[in-house]
Write a protein that binds this ligand. Structure first.
Ligand code: MN3
Length: 203
C-alpha cells in the first residue's frame, strides 16, 4: 500500500490574501508531494509497508531519519490542509468551543497561547492543539516534521489543529514576518473541521 498525496478541497488561490497561490502550489505539489514520495520509498519492502500512518507515527523509531521526517511530513501536511479553507476563520464551534474555554479560559487566551507557541518555535517546525488521552486540551510545538503522535517529543496526544511554521509555508509573502502569517492563519481555520477531528479523537 502506498500513501497518496491528498487532493485539496479548494484551489491554490482560494486562501488569498492570507496564503498566496504560489506558496500553496509549491507547498502542496512540491513539498508535500516530496514527503509522500520519500515516505513510500522509505517503507518499501519493510514491516511498515502495510501500516496505517497513525500506527506508523506512534511506533516511530526516532533514529530512522527518513521515516521520521517523511512520515511526519506526510501526516502533518495532510492534517494542515484539512483544517484550513476559504471563507473560514471566526471562533470555534460545537463541543470544542466549550472545551477551549474550559482549558484556556477564553478563545482569545487560546489564540495567544497557540500564537506564542508557533512564533517561539526556533527554526522549522509546527505548533499544535492536541487532545490528550484524558481529554485535556494542550498547546505545544515540535521541531522539523515531528508531531505529538511520535514517542517522547515533549508534547503528546492527538493533534487536532496544526500550523506549519517552516519558512516554505510563508516566506514568499511574509518573508521573515512569521507573526503576521500566524495572525493571518486564524482567518482560514476551518473550525467545523477541527471540531469534527476533535470529536473523532476524543471518542
Ligand atoms: Mn510545510
Amino acid at each position: 500500500m502506498a500513501f497518496k498525496l491528498p487532493d485539496l478541497n479548494y484551489g491554490y488561490n482560494e486562501l488569498e490574501p492570507f496564503i498566496d497561490a504560489k506558496t500553496m502550489e509549491i507547498h502542496h505539489s512540491k513539498h508535500h508531494a516530496g514527503y509522500t514520495n520519500n515516505l513510500n520509498n522509505a517503507i518499501q519492502g519493510t514491516d511498515f509497508e502495510n501500516m496505517d500512518i497513525i500506527d506508523l507515527l506512534k511506533s516511530m523509531d526516532m533514529n530512522n531519519a527518513a521515516l521520521r521526517n517523511n512520515g511526519g511530513g506526510f501526516y502533518n501536511h495532510s492534517l494542515f490542509w484539512s483544517v484550513i479553507g476559504p471563507n473560514k476563520g471566526g471562533t470555534p464551534v460545537g463541543k470544542l468551543s466549550d472545551e477551549i474555554i474550559k482549558y484556556f479560559g477564553s478563545f482569545d487566551s487560546f489564540k495567544e497561547i497557540f500564537s506564542k507557541a508557533a512564533a517561539s518555535r526556533f527554526g522549522s517546525g509546527w505548533a499544535w492543539l492536541c487532545v490528550k488521552n484524558d481529554g485535556v486540551l494542550e498547546v505545544c510545538s515540535s521541531a522539523n516534521q515531528d508531531n505529538p503522535l511520535m514517542p517522547n517529543i515533549g508534547c503528546g496526544g492527538t493533534p487536532i489543529l496544526g500550523i506549519d511554521v517552516w519558512e516554505h509555508a510563508y516566506y514568499l509573502n511574509y518573508q521573515n514576518r512569521r507573526p503576521e502569517y500566524i495572525s493571518a492563519f486564524f482567518n482560514i481555520i476551518d473550525w467545523e473541521s477541527v471540531n469534527k477531528i476533535y470529536n473523532e479523537a476524543s471518542n
